[in-house]
Design a protein around this ligand. Structure first.
Ligand SMILES: Nc1ncnc2c1ncn2[C@@H]1O[C@H](COP(=O)(O)O)[C@@H](OP(=O)(O)O)[C@H]1O
Ligand SMILES: [Mg+2]
Length: 283
């Protein structure tokens, strides 16, 4: 079944898997815009926080913003590229969170490890998420159920193209960890060092959540800074696949505007909460 543009009167909070598919198709279009610039060449601007910005971030943001206005005009949008202009109190309880190009450092280095992230957040909980890696032709999407699919940038996905994914924890095997390629920190290294025999793969962007969600890794520890748009979509995918993302207080991580603005605290994303005991046992 190919999806066309759905009527804007749909209550998406009642059809989260349907929304996930519609957002996946939007991410595919944004990925097409990103890949055109990836092939074409681009300048890199340093933002005030030291992170890079390219015209691919802005082009993808425009595609996603326009698509969301058509799809769900009544739901507000918080995007990395326009967050400074958004008053958090105007967002209400239900809003979209967008990182049009997550892993811009990886994009600049041309290693393919970047993604388009779109999430629906309801009362602080990411309930729908899509993470699209256009350089890998790979989409992860989730509402009530988590799925993955092969999709080339710009292609339209239908419900027949997607396969269900779940996490794959095996408490008898050494932990497989994923960590940031470009943002390493001592606390993460210490955490990884506490797990005997742990194998760690480094990779950019929200792809780390997706590797845990589809059972290729067990844990993604993150003690260095991230923003809510880096994590919301990945949390939704991992949660629907059977995993959990815990904050510094071991509570499910929420999307919220706090003393550090939209910046997250430290978190650990697990394929299964029980695996957490392995850090305690072996630490
Ligand atoms: N000092 C900092 N403050 C806030 N966010 C940071 C940061 N350093 C890295 N990040 C976040 O980490 C993201 C990259 O994650 P990873 O290291 O897992 O690839 C960046 O996303 P962008 O590339 O969208 O800017 C950025 O939001
Ligand atoms: Mg990001």
């Amino acid at each position: 079944m190919a999806t066309g543009t759905p009527p804007s009167s749909i209550d998406w909070t009642q059809d989260r898997d349907g929304l996930a598919l519609a957002l996946a198709n939007l991410a595919s279009q944004a990925g097409q815009a990103v890949m055109a610039i990836y092939a074409d060449g681009f300048d890199v601007i340093d933002k005030t926080d030291g992170s890079p910005l390219t015209r691919a971030d802005l082009a993808a943001d425009e595609v996603v913003a326009k698509g969301l206005r058509t799809l769900a005009p009544s739901i507000p949008v918080l995007s990395e590229e326009s967050a400074e202009t958004v008053d958090p109190s105007d967002l209400g309880d239900v809003f979209f969170v967008v990182d049009p190009l997550d892993g811009t450092k990886e994009f600049v280095q041309k290693n393919g490890e970047f993604s388009v992230n779109i999430a629906l957040v309801e009362n602080g909980v990411p309930t729908v998420g899509v993470v699209y890696a256009p350089a890998h032709n790979k989409m992860w999407l989730a509402g009530d159920v988590a799925f993955a699919a092969k999709v080339h940038p710009g292609e339209t996905l239908s419900s027949e193209d997607i396969r269900e994914i779940t996490t794959c924890p095996d408490p008898d095997q050494p932990i497989r960890a994923v960590a940031s390629r470009s943002h390493k920190d001592a606390k993460t290294q210490a955490f990884l060092g506490k797990m005997s025999g742990c194998n760690t793969t480094t990779i950019g962007s929200a792809l780390k959540f997706c590797l845990v969600a589809e059972g290729q890794a067990d844990v993604y520890p993150r003690f260095g800074p991230t923003m809510v748009w880096d994590t919301a979509a990945g949390i939704a995918v991992l949660h629907a696949a059977g995993g959990v993302v815990l904050d510094e207080n071991n509570a499910p991580m929420r999307v919220h505007f706090g003393k550090d603005g939209w910046r997250n605290g430290a978190f650990t994303a697990w394929g299964c909460e029980k695996l957490k005991n392995k850090t305690d046992t072996n630490g």
